[in-house]
Structure formats: structure tokens, C-alpha cells
Design a protein. Structure first.
Length: 246
């Protein structure tokens, strides 16, 4: 019995040491991965990287990690051309089945899902914010975007008729969708009326409807779905064979 007790104590101590070593190793690996991702994606701040699953060391020996979560704040994504950028307030992705090379210089996830949030102020930069003529003597422009409820965006438009600005802006509810995996499209469900002036639909939609291309996301992940939320649009993202480094 005494020998068995000693053996059990020895096993517990070894197990504790293994857990400590495993957690130290995973913390080091998270820091290294965060630094490499910052360099690869040219980020202003170091991202959050969390390696899930236990034990970590046995996953490393196998050359594949089950699950890695990545969080990036204030990510500057390309917005359709080389000069224009759009800020994503919070980009989070859950990478599954991450395989890495023998020298750890590259890593690729089998699949990835996540979320991204873009503020209304940021998205407003894409809309027609400068007065544009929609009919003789009538100009209009978008002055605000906000949550319209039920996943809709409320687009607020200010108009001037014959040199006089209407006393109150008008607003329409708009549907927001993802197109081609890289574009957020906002389209009005109906058309606003400006002091009873009869306007051509295409002229009005040139003001109320707009789209914003968002590409160059980390690892080549794509936009999936989008809906309006209290503080901005919430986008789900997804991808396969997502490169984390290398």
C-alpha cells in the first residue's frame, strides 16, 4: 500500500508538471503567433490569439491544432481600390484544423468562421454625403445611418427643394446584404418623398442605395451574411484553407 501511495503521488506530481509545461508552451506559442500575424497582416496593434484544446504539446507533435481563436481590433481593410480603406471595429475568427509546417513558418486552417463589426459612421463614408441633384431644383444627400430594427438599416436623407432645405430629413428602411463575398449592399425597401415632388426612381436610388466593397481580410476569409445592429452592421465571415502565416 505504501508503494502504491508513493506511485500515485509521483504520478500526480508528474501530471501537474506536465500541465504547467503545457500551459507555458501554449502561452509562448500564442505570443509568437500573435506577433507573426501582426507582421504578416501589417497590423497597428498586436492581435489576440487563443489556442484551444488540451493538451497543447501532443497537438504540436501531431502537426495540427484543433482550434485557434483570433481577435483583431480596428482592422483596416481594403475598400475597393488601393487608396481607400474601411475600419472594422472588431474582427474575430475561429480557425479549425490548423496545420503548420515543420519549421512553423506557415500555418493553414481547414476552415474559419467569425464576425466583423463596422460602425455606421464608417459605412456612411460610402453613401452620397454630398448634395446631388435628383431633379431640376431638387438636391439630396444621406446624412445618417442607424439601426432600423429587424435587421434593417435606417437611411436618413436631407433634401433641398428650390433652394429651401426641407424642415425635417426623411428616412427609409433599407435591406443590407452581402454580394459576391466581398461587398456590403444597402438597398431601400421603398422610396422617400420630398415635399410631394415626383422623382424618377433611379434618381432617388442613386442617393439612397449604395454598396461598399471590403476585401483583403486576413487569410483570405470572405463576407458571408450581414444585418443591422444597434452600433453598426454585424457581418459573419467564413473561409476555407485560410492562411494564418507564411
Amino acid at each position: 500500500m505504501r508503494a502504491l501511495r508513493i506511485l500515485l503521488i509521483f504520478v500526480v506530481i508528474l501530471g501537474g508538471l506536465f500541465v504547467i509545461a503545457d500551459r507555458l508552451a501554449v502561452n509562448f506559442a500564442e505570443g509568437e503567433a500573435a506577433d507573426r500575424l501582426k507582421t504578416t497582416e501589417n497590423l497597428a496593434a498586436t492581435p489576440d490569439v487563443s489556442i484551444k484544446g488540451f493538451p497543447f504539446l501532443t497537438q504540436v507533435v501531431g502537426g495540427s491544432l484543433d482550434d485557434i481563436e483570433v481577435g483583431i481590433k480596428n482592422y483596416e481593410a481594403a475598400a475597393g481600390n488601393g487608396a481607400q480603406r474601411i475600419r472594422i471595429d472588431d474582427l474575430r475568427a475561429d480557425m479549425k484544423g490548423v496545420e503548420f509546417s515543420g519549421d512553423y513558418s506557415s500555418a493553414t486552417a481547414t476552415s474559419a468562421t467569425g464576425t466583423a463589426t463596422i460602425s455606421y459612421d464608417e459605412l456612411l463614408q460610402t453613401a452620397k454625403s454630398e448634395p446631388t441633384q435628383v431633379a431640376p431644383g431638387v438636391t439630396a444627400h444621406v446624412v445618417g445611418l442607424s439601426d432600423g430594427g429587424n435587421g434593417k438599416i435606417k437611411v436618413t436623407v436631407e433634401a433641398t427643394v428650390l433652394g429651401t432645405k426641407l424642415p425635417e430629413p426623411v428616412s427609409v428602411l433599407s435591406t443590407v446584404t452581402v454580394v459576391d463575398g466581398d461587398t456590403v449592399r444597402v438597398k431601400a425597401d421603398g422610396l422617400p418623398e420630398f415635399a410631394g415632388v415626383d422623382l424618377a426612381e433611379n434618381r432617388v436610388r442613386a442617393i439612397t442605395d449604395f454598396q461598399q466593397k471590403i476585401d483583403g481580410l486576413p487569410g483570405g476569409i470572405k463576407l458571408d451574411t450581414v444585418q443591422a445592429a444597434p452600433n453598426g452592421v454585424e457581418i459573419t465571415v467564413k473561409g476555407s484553407d485560410v492562411r494564418l502565416a507564411g
